[in-house]
Design a protein around this ligand. Structure first.
Ligand SMILES: [Mg+2]
Ligand SMILES: [Zn+2]
Length: 199
């Protein structure tokens, strides 16, 4: 049996785990992206805990309510469980983009990942974030995780910054899982390149 990892793999929902159907809360319209379930199963088999982190502005915008989102979450959890995959948690930002008072949980902010880490005692530096746009990458990087961008054509703006450089790219969730499973643990207690470069 695999030892449990100290970290988790954070997974974006729309466009990463399930096909992106804007503002969907109908369980009947949930469909997994290609090889997504195999990817999660591989990660779980290697002891990775799995956490879904998703922006759901439809709540703030009045498209659906929290109960509808919870029904969708429960359906997703059930569908995954039926295929042998257990989620550790599912965290959603219910806030609107460009709100007068911006929240700290809407990706690209790292709040959802930090909440999950606090709730479950996860080591963010040992964790990964997988998503289909650079806002996911930024949220992961800001939380201190390594990141995977699924190169599936969903990112269209390509605004770059220090935080928006994925650790690696992959064509789907299974390929991402294989790369994560094969990656070396981060080395600790060694001077980072940044530290070595500073005077
Ligand atoms: Mg997405
Ligand atoms: Zn939020």
């Amino acid at each position: 049996m695999q030892l449990e990892q100290a970290g988790a793999v954070f997974i974006d929902k729309d466009g990463t785990l399930v096909e992106d159907v804007p503002y969907n809360v109908d369980p009947a319209k949930l469909s997994f992206t290609p090889h997504a379930v195999d990817g999660l199963r591989l990660l779980a088999a290697h002891g990775w805990r799995l956490v879904v982190v998703t922006n759901q502005p439809g709540i703030a915008l009045g498209r659906f309510d929290l109960n509808a989102l919870h029904r969708l979450r429960d359906a997703l959890v059930e569908r995954l469980a039926a295929q042998g995959v257990e989620l550790l948690d599912f965290l959603a930002c219910p806030h609107a983009p460009r709100a007068a008072m911006p929240c700290d949980c809407r990706k690209p902010a790292p709040g959802l990942l930090q909440q999950a880490a606090q709730r479950h005692g996860l080591d963010l530096a040992a964790s990964w974030m997988v998503g289909d746009i650079l806002d996911d990458v930024e949220a992961g990087a800001r939380a201190g995780c390594r990141t995977v961008l699924l190169d599936v054509g969903n990112e269209t703006l390509w605004r770059h910054s220090h935080w928006r450089e994925p650790t690696l790219m992959a064509p789907d969730l299974l390929a991402a899982a294989r790369r994560i499973v094969a990656a070396r643990p981060r080395r600790r207690h060694l001077p980072s390149r940044e530290a070595a470069a500073s005077p």
